[in-house]
Design a protein. Structure first.
Length: 171
């Protein structure tokens, strides 16, 4: 019962708020009145753009050909000054790595020869290791064939003569 009274009070407060809002806003507008106001606005509001005035207002802010030429001339002069400060050649001072002296040339040749001899030695060691691997693989293949022969012989003997197997291979 209490809930029903609360719901009724909530509905009453909502209706009062709607009534108050409609009184504050006044009478609702009809479609005919809205069309009449729109027609008035369309008739009275006219505007034109003064393109010449807009151009005159913008013109002082645009770059003129004289300003562009002046800027390019100044930039070219500054660039030429920077280019003129770059030296055309630089003298070499002290020792430089390369073939500029006999001592450095001999050092480079010695370095290259040592690298070539080291790579040759390592290449020979690799070849010897590969040869040893081949020999070991061949020995392993021989042992496997012998073991296979023995295993096959054992199974053949066991199948053909089980008494001999029990005598020579007791388990």
């Amino acid at each position: 019962m209490q809930e029903l009274l609360q719901d009724i009070n909530a509905l009453r407060r909502g209706i009062e708020a709607l009534n108050k809002r409609s009184l504050e806003q006044g009478k609702p507008v009809s479609r005919a009145e809205l069309d009449e106001v729109l027609a008035k606005v369309k008739q009275e509001v006219r505007f034109t753009i003064n393109y010449q005035g807009v151009a005159e207002a913008i013109q002082p802010h645009l770059a003129t050909p004289a300003k562009v030429e002046n800027t390019l001339t100044m930039g070219t002069a500054q660039l030429q000054q920077v280019i003129d400060r770059i030296p055309r050649s630089v003298p070499v001072v002290g020792e430089v790595w390369g073939f500029t002296s006999i001592r450095l040339g001999l050092g480079v040749i010695a370095l290259v020869l040592s690298l070539v001899s080291l790579s040759t030695y390592l290449w020979q060691q690799k070849a010897a290791a590969e040869a040893q691997v081949v020999v070991l693989q061949q020995e392993q293949a021989k042992k496997k064939r012998a073991l296979d022969w023995l295993t096959k012989g054992y199974w053949d003997l066991k199948r053909d003569n089980p008494k001999v197997i029990k005598k020579y291979f007791p388990q």
